[in-house]
Design a protein around this ligand. Structure first.
Ligand SMILES: Nc1ncnc2c1ncn2[C@@H]1O[C@H](COP(=O)(O)OP(=O)(O)OP(=O)(O)O)[C@@H](O)[C@H]1O
Length: 592
């Protein structure tokens, strides 16, 4: 996926996502600051008490003098506040993160809807799925564990520095450089972290896609005896990922060690300053100084620790922004000029005029197609494999716009038809029927979820699929992931019913009946003919039975229409259709 990465301002865009959740964000910051301040406060109070004991000013038990009693009380309150604030912070910070991620997921899915299918996208679907799910998920860490905590760490650092300066200003000579260095630790190995993060993401996505491939293709891989080889390849990819994770953990460990070392050095530095001039700090305050130096740096060290994952995060953010910044495959129909397509008597439902289209520049797949389909007409689109039939179907759904020429739906340029209108006017049963995990009703009523059962039943009846209702559970029958509990023919008939339920003006069947036995296919075509008067029907077909049943046959060859007319007339003329069917007959005979 290529995109101009300049001027993307990732941080600003990530922060902008917090805007609708301002109050949740402020709660998260408040909880973090209260928790961190209470932690420092209890540690300092404990150190102060220890100092008092060391100086012989306080005794154990309740016989403490005045200030010690109050400090003990503050300590008890502080410990309670730390516990409550930690719980509160966990709650509000994660609530905030999940709200932001929910928003982002909607934005990413919406973008995916507008950029998939792309003309020439090299990534596999597993990569896009990773972006949609894992990359967005990884931002949870940023919103739940970094932003509010960084603000809290900054406040603790400023407040703690002021307190140390009040005790002895030259302690800042140790604290401030140490704080700066601690906060820069995540940048010491930034290049390595970025490379590892990018590699972890890429390898993880590839492995995810491979696993999906393997699971989906399990029957084919087993039948081809290729399962062991694929398993070995997966094993090798997993081993590489493990080695990379080990190197990443090693680098993260170095960062933790460096941070801990800096905090310890700061404590030692503070001790040295006190030792060089003991009169500057009263002995009972020495524990306070040492503890304050360590605890003031602790939140900054924690932030530096969480930033170990910054490399992976940067890679994830970059991929999310790639998706967000990819231009639409087809521009959305402008709402202001969009017209509702209207059917006028005698006007074709769909017209292609001089349509040219190619997936890659300079390699046209359609090279000036003219085609009209009227209401009540069934047109069979035929031609050699790779001739561009499915590409015509893709253009009819406006997955792509023509490079030249135009397509009109009921007299309106397809580019001006709003998406939601288009989906109701054009129904397509594709080559690869997608059945979704869920119930029979959800699948039949996919495009019309509010349709009454009677309408869906009628669609099932027409599609010769009403027997699916005989299953236990009837409408609620679960048909398995990708329709795993259905036969190929049942899946095809269900998909036809789903398209019929839409009541579209244009019904396109792209080799949808290839899985049906001859008897069911004939019955289906007869049933479709009953409702065909109300719509235009385009059938992409290879089988002579489907071709000869059409009112008109349009033959595509090398991206052009080379014959167009009633099947009988075309066959009698002995042109391209006769050639195609003759080759088909010979193929059929040689198969036998
Ligand atoms: N997404 C794509 N990216 C690049 N090229 C594509 C894409 N889809 C199809 N093509 C190419 O476009 C040409 C036409 O393909 P299309 O699927 O439209 O043919 P078809 O007539 O439907 O073939 P078949 O009868 O085998 O289904 C082929 O050369 C194919 O390789």
């Amino acid at each position: 996926m290529t995109s101009d990465r300049s001027g993307r301002r990732p941080l600003r865009r990530l922060m902008a996502l917090l805007r609708p959740h301002r109050s949740a964000f402020l709660s998260a910051v408040a909880a973090t600051v209260v928790g961190q301040v209470a932690t420092v406060g209890t540690a300092v109070a404990t150190a102060w008490l220890a100092g008092q004991v060391l100086a012989g000013r306080a005794v154990a038990g309740l016989d403490l003098d005045g200030p010690a009693r109050w400090v003990l009380l503050a300590l008890a309150v502080g410990v309670t506040v730390v516990a409550v604030a930690t719980w509160w912070e966990m709650l509000v910070a994660h609530d905030l993160a999940y709200r932001v991620l929910a928003d982002l997921r909607v934005v990413v899915y919406d973008r995916l809807r507008r950029i998939v299918p792309a003309r020439d996208r090299p990534e596999r679907s597993g990569d896009l799925a990773t972006t949609a799910m894992t990359d967005v998920e990884s931002l949870e860490w940023l919103y739940a564990h970094v932003i509010a905590q960084t603000i809290g760490a900054g406040m603790v650092l400023v407040g703690g520095s002021a307190a140390l300066a009040a005790i002895r200003p030259d302690l800042l000579l140790v604290l401030l450089p140490a704080a700066l260095l601690v906060l820069t630790v995540p940048w010491w190995w930034k290049r390595t972290a970025d490379r590892q993060g990018e590699e972890l993401r890429t390898r993880g996505a590839a492995l995810g896609a491979d696993v999906v491939d393997l699971l989906q293709g399990l029957p084919e891989l087993t039948a081809a005896g290729a399962l062991d080889r694929r398993r070995a390849e997966l094993g090798a990819a997993t081993a590489k990922l493990t080695a990379l994770s080990r190197r990443t953990a090693g680098r993260a460990g170095r960062e933790v060690a460096a941070t801990d070392l800096l905090v310890s050095l700061a404590g030692a530095g503070a001790l040295l300053i006190i030792a060089l001039d003991p009169a500057g700090v009263p002995p009972q305050w020495v524990p306070v100084v040492l503890v304050l130096t360590g605890t003031v740096l602790a939140p900054a060290a924690a932030v530096a620790g969480t930033l170990q994952q910054a490399g992976s995060l940067r890679a994830a953010v970059s991929r999310i922004l790639d998706v967000l910044d990819t231009p639409d495959t087809v521009p959305a129909a402008p709402a202001t000029v969009a017209r509702t397509p209207v059917s006028r008597p005698g006007e074709p439902v769909v017209t292609l005029t001089g349509v040219r289209f190619g997936y890659r520049p300079g390699r046209p797949v359609l090279d000036g197609i003219d085609l009209r389909v009227h209401r009540g007409e069934t047109v069979a689109l035929v031609g050699r494999s790779g001739g561009g039939k499915s590409t015509v179907v893709a253009l009819l759904q406006r997955f792509f716009d023509p490079d030249a020429g135009r397509i009109d739906l009921l007299g309106t340029d397809l580019r001006a038809v709003p998406d939601e209108q288009l989906r109701r006017r054009v129904a397509v049963v594709g080559q690869d029927v997608q059945i979704f995990a869920g119930t029979l009703r959800e699948n039949v009523g996919l495009a019309v979820p509010d349709a009454p059962d009677a309408a869906l039943r009628s669609a099932l009846t027409t599609a010769r699929a009403v027997d699916l209702l005989d299953r236990p559970g009837r409408w609620g029958a679960v048909i398995g992931e990708r329709g795993a509990r259905l036969s190929g023919g049942e899946r095809a008939r269900l998909a036809v019913a789903r398209a019929l339920a839409v009541g579209a003006d244009l019904l396109v069947l792209d080799e949808a009946v290839a899985n049906l036995d001859a008897h069911t296919e004939r019955a289906l075509h007869e049933a479709l003919a009953v409702g065909a008067a109300d719509r235009a029907t385009v059938v992409v077909a290879h089988r002579p039975s489907a071709i000869l049943r059409a009112d008109r046959v349009v033959v595509l060859d090398s991206g052009r229409v080379v014959a167009d007319g009633p099947p009988g007339a075309l066959l009698a003329a002995g042109g391209p259709l006769a050639d195609l069917l003759t080759v088909g007959d010979q193929d059929d005979r040689s198969d036998r």
